[in-house]
Design a protein around this ligand. Structure first.
Ligand SMILES: C[C@H](O)[C@@H](O)CC(=O)C(=O)O
Ligand SMILES: [Mg+2]
Length: 446
């Protein structure tokens, strides 16, 4: 029987102690524990929608609570009501009369929206028996644009313009789908260069990534200039001069500091500097982009860009050259579609952010859709890959020779194994009970 309505929403606080090995560490986030507010939407059939959003540890429970509050707007809703007017339903979640005050469309509330919306798309794709990218690719353009809330972006991209982009790209879709089936989607790896890794590990991981077929690498920078030079020298020694090398400062610098620092690092032949300064400083990014352009270095940002309105201004101000959408920072698939279409109008490549648990599983779908149905190009487009925690998923990413292979299973790929959900639930799952008992972590009583 096909499901007709949502009957419940279960929320779990899932965390992984990645800080113990400094996996995921950068100049701003010194010891992140990759974590996910994890939700299961149950229906009146056997099908379930699973969704996550992402945090780096403490505070995961705050987002879980926001999801519980918001879920009241989803439980008992008919699926036809949601999917036949998905753009309108999305707006109702982000614009609830009283909760809107907590955002609007930013911070904890928007992360919570992402978890619910991602679960709804997972469910929709499962109902149709397709991986999410294929659901999007096969969708009639009129239906696809009906999922987008064009509020506050229509001065840059109207519904009609979005429709025109999608219609124009209908031609050649199956050829592009076949291309990706044979080549996969280009990935870069960040896992070699987390800031907390020592030089021996950095060297070893570069060798391993190269042997696995990666030709694109990202390193964390921004805490200490001499350290950055030493670490980038090691990476260049290991991977060679010809490979793509990206750097990420995770918002560490002032605007002028970013420009000066990057002039020092330009000798390493870098393609982009990511998050050089505050993610809200659009004009600061524009200034950095202008100054670094002659050095051939672009500005990348987006993992903490809170909504489509911010992305709109980044694009208007020529403040980013690589658009790093994030499945969990924006309000789920609907808002990511909006940004993908806006970026296409400006000719800016989509290069999604994957540094977190489950993010790689999610974002691969968006880039595959972008190539087949919107941009039609792989030029300057790369999807981030981090080699952590994939073993916890039922349908983990498959990356071969430095390229994502197209997901096959119906859904949005983010459903975790039952055993991982049990052992990693904070604070009573076996993983956390032991770490708390051993005194490695404390469970703060709030
Ligand atoms: C805290 C996260 O690991 C962050 O460093 C990820 C990130 O910036 C990226 O993947 O890019
Ligand atoms: Mg980053």
């Amino acid at each position: 029987m096909a499901p007709t309505r949502i009957i419940s929403c279960q929320v779990k606080d899932i965390r992984f102690p990645t800080s113990l090995e400094k996996d995921g560490s950068d100049a701003m986030n010194l010891a992140p524990d990759y974590s996910a507010p994890y939700i299961i939407l149950r229906t009146d059939s056997d099908l379930e929608g699973h969704g996550v959003t992402f945090t780096v540890g403490k505070g995961n429970e705050i987002v879980c609570h926001a999801v519980r509050v918001l879920s009241q707007m989803v439980v008992n809703k008919e699926l036809d009501y949601i999917y036949n007017n998905f753009g309108t339903f999305w707006r109702s979640l982000t614009s609830e009369d009283q909760m809107r005050w907590l955002g609007p469309e930013k911070g904890v509330m928007h992360l919570a929206v992402a978890a619910i919306i991602n679960a709804l798309w997972d469910l929709w794709a499962k109902i149709e028996g397709k991986p999410l990218w294929k659901l999007l690719v096969d969708m009639e353009p009129e239906i696809l644009v009906s999922t987008i809330d064009f509020r506050y972006m229509s001065n840059v991209l109207s519904k009609d313009e979005a429709l025109a982009i999608l219609k124009k790209m209908q031609a050649g879709k199956s050829e592009r789908e076949n291309n990706l089936k044979s080549t996969g989607y280009p990935a870069y790896t960040t896992s070699v260069g987390w800031l907390g890794y020592d030089d021996v590990k950095l060297r070893r991981l570069c060798k391993e990534a190269l042997a696995e077929g990666f030709t694109r690498f990202k390193a964390k920078v921004g805490a200490d200039l001499a350290d950055d030079k030493r670490r980038l020298t090691i990476i260049r020694e290991e991977v060679g001069q010809d490979k793509m090398l990206l750097v990420d400062a995770n918002q560490r610098w002032e605007v002028q500091e970013a420009i000066d620092w990057m002039k020092e690092l330009a000798q390493f032949n870098l393609t982009w500097i990511e998050e050089p300064t505050s993610p809200d400083d659009i004009l600061g990014h524009a200034q950095i982009a202008k100054e670094l352009n002659p050095l051939g270095i672009g500005v990348a940002t987006g993992e903490q860009c809170q909504n489509r309105i911010m992305f709109k201004q980044f694009l208007q101000a020529n403040a980013l050259q690589f658009c790093q959408i994030d499945s969990c920072r924006l309000g789920g698939v609907n808002e990511n579609l909006a940004v993908i279409l806006m970026a296409s109008k400006y000719g800016v490549p989509i290069c999604p952010h994957g540094g977190g648990v489950g993010l790689c599983e999610l974002i691969q779908h968006l880039s595959i859709f972008d190539y087949i149905a919107v941009s039609g190009s792989l030029d300057k487009r790369v999807v981030e890959y981090v080699d952590h925690l994939h073993e916890n998923f039922l349908h983990p990413t498959v990356v071969k020779n430095g390229s994502y292979q197209l997901p096959q299973a119906p859904g949005y790929s983010v459903q975790m194994k039952e055993s991982s959900l049990i052992s990693n639930e904070w604070p009573n799952g076996a993983v956390w009970k032991k770490l708390i008992q051993d005194g490695v972590y404390t469970n703060p009583v709030i």
